[in-house]
Write a protein that binds this ligand. Structure first.
Ligand SMILES: Nc1ncnc2c1ncn2[C@@H]1O[C@H](COP(=O)(O)OP(=O)(O)OP(=O)(O)O)[C@@H](O)[C@H]1O
Ligand SMILES: [Mg+2]
Length: 315
């Protein structure tokens, strides 16, 4: 082989190597494509599986989530002066999403305690409490809770009191101001948004506290005697207003009151509690049509409900 042949051969050899590199690259690319295809199909299969799984779960949990609150065999005691104080005994309650339930019972029978348990503020109890299908022992419940006292912050004006839950949840900057303005108007507070709590009437303070509760994360609202401190006229006015707002938004509401008429006027269902240790002794569905009207309180049906609850409360 002369030099030129040798060079030629080397050239051919280089070309051959080049081809084999190309062949190698081709097969690498083919492998890559096959791999990507595999990943893609795997992803499609996985996503379809997740979709089917979530719809199956949704189907199965649908029934459970329909109960906004479910309390099963709940009992709760405190230790007072080193002695056990039984406060709640074997409480069972089912609240359908979107319903308005009132709880009536003598002072000290454990109504506020029941709310504290449902809100996840009391750990030491027996039985189970589910909020929107989740056991509160494992999952923090999203509940809007208005305490027995309005607890407005005196150094904050109406606007700043109302937006407090959004501020705490870190969602204030993403909240549409026009929505907040609309809610203030709906709660009759638009002209008072810059006023401070001590510049408001009792009814207005309650509306500020209610709106603040309304804006808390959670579709279940616990209202502990929200109108307890109001005079009779303001109270009636607030009840009319609350039924309108509730009928429009249909949140699930658990409402504590000592006022039987108020409970009938507002609720879909009323439960009556016994003396401490509090037990549920009566449950009554209120079949008055909605929207509720003030003159319903004079109807025979309303009076019958009132008699029935009075007889239970006095037991
Ligand atoms: N942290 C606590 N430690 C000890 N006992 C408590 C505690 N909280 C409440 N209690 C007691 O539990 C009982 C029920 O109190 P709770 O506040 O639930 O009653 P209530 O039905 O809401 O009464 P009211 O209608 O007067 O508001 C009371 O006897 C009270 O003294
Ligand atoms: Mg109370």
């Amino acid at each position: 082989m002369n030099i030129s042949t040798n060079q030629h051969f080397m050239k051919l050899n280089t070309i051959g190597t080049h081809f084999s590199i190309i062949e190698d690259k081709k097969s690498t690319i083919t492998i890559m494509y096959t791999y990507m295809e595999f990943v893609m199909y795997a992803q499609i299969i996985w996503l379809s599986f997740l979709y089917v799984k979530s719809s199956v779960i949704a189907k199965f949990t649908e029934v459970k989530v329909e109960q906004a609150v479910e309390v099963i065999n709940l009992s709760k005691s405190y230790i007072l002066d080193k002695k056990e104080l039984k406060v709640l005994e074997n409480i069972n309650l089912k609240v359908t999403a979107g319903n308005f339930i009132s709880i009536i019972g003598p002072s000290g029978c454990g109504k506020s305690t029941l709310f504290r348990v449902i809100a996840g503020l009391e750990k030491d109890y027996t039985g189970s409490v589910y909020v929107n299908g989740s056991d509160i022992a494992n999952t923090k419940p999203y509940i809007a809770y208005m305490l027995q006292k309005d607890l407005l912050l005196p150094w904050r004006n109406v606007w700043k009191n109302v937006v407090l839950p959004l501020e705490l949840a870190g969602t204030l900057k993403d909240t549409d101001n026009t929505f907040l303005e609309k809610m203030l108007e709906e709660f009759g507070l638009k002209e008072f948004k810059n006023a401070y709590p001590d510049e408001l009437s009792g009814g207005m303070r309650q509306r500020v506290a209610l709106l603040r509760t309304w804006l808390m994360k959670g579709s279940v609202m616990l209202l502990d005697e929200p109108f307890g401190a109001l005079d009779a006229l303001t109270r009636n006015h607030m009840q009319d207003w609350l039924t309108k707002v509730w009928e429009k938004h249909q949140k699930t509401v658990l409402f504590i009151t000592h006022d039987i008429e108020e409970a009938i006027y507002l609720s879909d269902e009323i439960v009556v509690m016994s003396q401490r240790p509090g037990k549920f002794i009566e449950s009554l569905n209120i079949d008055l049509e909605r929207p509720r009207k003030r003159d319903m309180v004079y109807t025979q049906q309303f009076v019958e409900y009132k008699k029935r609850i009075m007889s239970k409360v006095q037991e």
